[in-house]
Design a protein. Sequence first.
Length: 315
Amino acid sequence: MSLPEAFTERLEKIVPHERYEAIVRTFDSPKNVTFRVNTLKSTTQELEAELKAAHIPYESIGWLEGVYRIAPEHKLALTQTDAFYGGRLYIQNLASMIAPLLLSPQPEETVLDLAAAPGGKTLMLAGMMQNTGWLSAVEPSRERFFRLCDNLKSQGVTNAHTYMTDGRSVGKKCPEMFDRILLDAPCSSEARFKTHDPKSMSFWSIHKVKETSKLQRRLLLSAYDALKPGGKLLYCTCSFSPEENESPLQHLLERHGEHLNTLPLTLPFDNIQKPLERWGKEVFDKRIQNGVRILPTDTIDGFFLCMLEKKTNIT
Ligand SMILES: C[S@@+](CC[C@H](N)C(=O)[O-])C[C@H]1O[C@@H](n2cnc3c(N)ncnc32)[C@H](O)[C@@H]1O
């Protein structure tokens, strides 16, 4: 099945012209599989010894300690290892690991994961916090909430507090409570489209993108309310659509821009692009330029990230 025509027409206007063809091809073939050591249960050295003993032909991701890549045909063997069953490794796309890495939660901090299930990023946040402090994980979908709880348990997380609730209500319930907030927003998941998996694209429409954008705006306002002065908020999605990336941030900055800065993000690879300056009639706040769009390759999914900081001198 081919990509939706309305999607590719828009994608062509969003990504750099010279990269468009290569980007479209990344939707066709299965991606390399990436995974990381679960530092709550193992170490890089121990996991590498286990992988060698199990004859898994892994390759280290040079710039990220404890993160590995295998060809897609070795995924089945990886999921049959003791390390996988014992929760000592976690399979996760590289793009998803970057959000916790950039948010960089510290031990003993108060952290909120506002759209958490199935919990890949919550697990990594807990590992970085060394199971200390307070990590709130919010997920309204019942089925996904229980998957989140199972994942946290099997991977040895003990500092997380889970809430089956709508993230839009959290800001009013917990004003200025968190040092760091991750909003890995529900989105149209355009970066997860696979032409060999028609289901991955079946719910997509421009109408859906616009509906999701409204939800993202409200979640961002809630995250803003829940953030402590001086705290950091990382907004991210796995969508290419500006309606789901720059636009919700624009909406937030129009309401609370005098109390917010954005922080520049640097990544150690070159398949990136700056956020858009404009889309249709909308011209975006220059501060959004500090965010980053990750362009997909055979290993990494497309992703959008922008880090905000709440000023301390709010009166
Ligand atoms: C992109 S996924 C999160 C993935 C997760 N952070 C991870 O790394 O495993 C977005 C999640 O937001 C949830 N969601 C949908 N509506 C929400 C809302 N109103 N408040 C909070 N979360 C919501 C979805 O059910 C979905 O689980």
